[in-house]
Ligand binder design. Structure first.
Ligand code: HEC
Ligand code: HEC
Length: 201
């Protein structure tokens, strides 16, 4: 399968139902039970989603629905943590386009809270150089702003290593130009990039 931006219009036409306020509140509560209040995650394997762009969040959810990326099992972190483990793919399986878009709008309107985490200074410096060479065009200003790609600065290192690793192995389809930049990256480079983003608090 080739990378192709999911056609949200086609998805929209097949899901004409509008998300009601109550449905949306229940969905947000579900998301926050792993991603943290207003999407400000406190777990290294769970990405911060508050403050990311609406289109990035909606598109990511559509990819999980289309199984365009791996479905990693995850436990609940807040609220009722006795609920059985689940995956982003299951969570998105029956979601309508309107719900994806409404969730995108909601999280985009929240504050991006950079993670407080440890990092290695030497690795971070190496990662900064790699970022300027390979990543800045779509993740500008040190990855601090959401533009073509999501904010990376301050994102959790554990999640970043998994996501970039999946892109490298081809398990998770990413934009062809981003894939091209990954071509010569090794494990040490991923580690350096993750330390660089982690260092931006
Ligand atoms: C049971 C825990 C759990 C719940 C509930 C959950 N997530 Fe996630 N989410 C994760 C984990 C863990 C990851 C990172 C690993 C992965 O890709 O599955 C993730 C990844 C994501 C990403 C992907 C970022 C990227 O790499 O592109 C987005 C966006 C996201 N979640 C949004 C949501 C939204 C919106 C909801 C509510 C509808 C939600 N999540 C509910 C655990 C959860
Ligand atoms: C040609 C533009 C482009 C370049 C260059 C680029 N990215 Fe991205 N990146 C994107 C877009 C667009 C997304 C979100 C859409 C997607 O994942 O399909 C993204 C998403 C991501 C994500 C979130 C996980 C995900 O797949 O959604 C990570 C992590 C990431 N990029 C890291 C990097 C790193 C590290 C580099 C440099 C080695 C880089 N990117 C270079 C465009 C780019």
């Amino acid at each position: 399968m080739n990378y192709a931006p999911v056609c949200l219009l086609a998805v929209a036409l097949s899901f004409p139902l509008l998300a009601t306020g109550a449905d949306l509140d229940a969905l947000i509560e579900e998301c926050d039970s792993c991603h943290g209040p207003q999407g400000a995650s406190s777990d290294s394997d769970v990405p911060i989603i508050g403050g990311q762009s609406s289109s990035y969040i909606a598109t990511s959810l559509a990819y999980y629905q289309e199984w365009g990326r791996p479905c990693i099992k995850s436990a609940y972190r807040h609220g009722d943590t006795s609920k059985p483990v689940t995956t982003m793919c299951k969570i998105c399986a029956d979601m309508s386009f309107d719900e994806m878009e409404a969730l995108g709008d909601y999280y985009a309107s929240q504050k991006y809270v950079a993670a407080k985490q440890d990092f290695n200074q030497a690795q971070a410096e190496k990662g900064a150089l790699l970022h300027e060479k390979l990543c800045f065009s779509c993740h500008p200003k040190g990855g601090t702003i959401a533009e073509r790609g999501p904010i990376l600065a301050g994102q959790w290192a554990g999640y970043l290593k998994t996501a970039v690793g999946q892109a490298l192995s081809g398990e998770h389809l990413v934009p062809p130009l981003m894939e091209k930049q990954f071509a010569d990256l090794g494990i040490e480079d991923i580690d350096a990039l993750a330390n660089y983003y982690a260092s931006q608090q």
